[in-house]
Design a protein around this ligand. Structure first.
Ligand code: HEM
Length: 349
C-alpha cells in the first residue's frame, strides 16, 4: 500500500505538473488492479477540457491554457536520408530546414516556479519545409502519457484542483483518482525513478503517441519518436531542487545558446505487430528497432512575449506528407482542444 500512496502523488505530479512527487501522508487507497476506470466509457468535449484547465489553473488572459509559461527558440533540422526507407516526408531529404521552437512548463499557471512543476516540460517544434508546408512535433519530457483517453485526462485535472479551504489538492480525491484510473499507473511508476532535469536542454523530449510513417510506395509504418540531447540528460539533485532560482529554465537556455548551439538527435522507433498504436499511456519495448532520423540544432532563445513562437498553435496534427496520425484518441483530441485554447488567447481572453 505504501508504494501506491507514493505513486498516486507522483502520477498526479506527472499529469498536472504542480504537485510535488513525494510521499504524501494521506489515507490508504484500494489496489488499482481491483478497479477499472469508470471514465473509459465517458466522453468529453474539447471545450470542456479547456474549461477544466481554466478551473484548475485560473484564466490568464492571452496565454495558453496549458503550458502557459514558455520560451521561444530557433534553429534548424537536418534529416537523415536513411529515414526515407520509412517516410517520404520532405523532413528527411537531407535539407537544412528552419525550425521555430517553444519550450514550456506544463500547466496553465504562467507564474509557477520551474522546480515546482517538475513534470512535464514541453518542446514544441515547427519545421518550415520547402513549398510553404509545415510539420509540427509537440512533445514532453516524459515517455508516456498519464491517461489513455481524454475523459481520463480530464478526471486528472479535476482531481488535482485545489480545495478552496486548504489551497491544496485534496489527497483523498487524488488517491481515489489513482485507484480508479489504472491508465495513470505506468507514468506514475516511471515518475518514481526520475527527478526534474537541470535545464530545458538536458532533457529528452518524447512524441509519446504512435504516428504513421508513410513511405514512397504508400505503405504505413507505426513509429514513435523522441529527441535525445547530444550532451546527455542531467536530473537535479535534491539539494539543487531546493536552491534553483524560480525561473532557472528560461535564463539557463538563453545563456547556453549564447555560447553555442545545442543538438538533439531525433530517434525513431519502429513498431512491431501487437504494439499498441492507440494508447499513449503504454510504452513500447526499448528493444524495438530504432535509428537516428535527423538532428535538431537550436541556436538562439528569447522570452516568449512578442517573439515568433508566441502566436503559433503547435497543433500536433499539422503534419507533412509522409507522416500521418494514428487513431490514438488523445492525439485526435489535442487538435480541437488546442484550437479552443488558441482561439481564446489570440482574442485576448
Ligand atoms: C487530452 C490530452 C491533452 C489536452 C486536453 C491538452 C491540452 C493542451 C492545451 C489546451 C494546450 C494549449 C494550446 C495553445 O493554446 O496553443 C496545450 C499545450 C501543450 N501540450 Fe497538450 N494536451 C493534451 C495532451 C498532450 C500530450 C500527450 C502532449 C505531449 C505529447 C502535450 C504537450 C503539450 C505541449 C508541449 C504544449 C505547449 C505547446 C506550445 O508550446 O505551444 N499535450 N495542451
Amino acid at each position: 500500500m505504501q508504494h501506491w500512496r507514493w505513486v498516486a502523488a507522483c502520477g498526479m505530479s506527472a499529469i498536472v505538473t504542480f504537485l510535488p512527487c513525494e510521499r504524501p501522508a494521506s489515507a490508504e487507497i484500494a489496489s488499482p488492479q481491483a478497479t477499472t476506470a469508470a471514465t473509459e466509457i465517458a466522453t468529453i468535449q474539447p471545450s470542456e477540457a479547456v474549461e477544466s484547465f481554466e478551473k484548475t489553473f485560473g484564466v490568464h488572459r492571452g496565454l495558453r491554457r496549458n503550458h502557459a509559461k514558455g520560451t521561444c527558440a530557433s534553429g534548424e533540422f537536418v534529416g537523415a536520408t536513411v529515414a526515407q526507407e520509412w517516410s517520404r516526408s520532405a523532413l528527411f531529404q537531407g535539407d537544412r530546414i528552419p525550425v521555430l521552437a517553444r519550450f514550456s512548463v506544463g500547466g496553465g499557471n504562467p507564474a509557477v516556479a520551474d522546480v515546482d512543476s517538475a513534470l512535464p516540460r514541453g518542446m514544441a517544434l515547427e519545421f518550415r519545409l520547402p513549398g510553404d508546408t509545415l510539420q509540427h512535433m509537440t512533445m514532453v519530457n516524459i515517455p508516456i502519457f498519464g491517461a489513455a483517453t481524454p475523459a481520463s485526462f480530464n478526471d486528472a485535472l479535476v482531481a488535482a484542483r485545489a480545495d478552496p479551504e486548504t489551497g491544496r489538492p485534496d489527497p483523498k480525491r487524488l488517491n481515489a483518482y489513482m485507484a480508479s484510473h489504472p491508465d495513470a499507473h505506468p507514468l506514475a511508476e516511471w515518475s518514481r525513478h526520475h527527478r526534474p532535469t537541470a535545464s530545458y536542454y538536458q532533457s529528452i523530449y518524447y512524441g509519446i503517441h504512435a504516428f504513421l510513417f508513410v513511405d514512397v510506395q504508400g505503405i504505413s509504418h507505426p513509429v514513435r519518436w523522441r529527441f535525445v540531447p547530444r550532451d546527455g540528460v542531467k536530473e537535479l539533485s535534491a539539494a539543487e531542487m531546493a536552491s534553483v532560482p524560480h525561473d532557472f529554465l528560461e535564463s539557463g537556455l538563453i545563456e547556453k545558446l549564447r555560447k553555442g548551439a545545442v543538438l538533439w538527435d531525433m530517434v525513431v522507433y519502429i513498431g512491431e505487430p501487437g504494439d499498441p498504436i492507440d494508447n499513449p499511456s503504454v510504452a513500447w519495448p526499448e528493444s524495438r528497432r530504432h535509428f537516428v532520423a535527423g538532428t535538431l540544432s537550436l541556436s538562439s532563445a528569447t522570452p516568449q512575449h512578442g517573439a515568433p513562437c508566441e502566436n503559433i498553435n503547435f497543433d500536433p496534427l499539422v503534419m507533412s506528407d509522409g507522416i500521418a496520425a494514428t487513431n490514438d484518441p488523445i492525439l485526435l483530441f489535442r487538435s480541437p482542444a488546442y484550437a479552443v485554447s488558441f482561439g481564446k488567447r489570440i482574442s485576448g481572453q
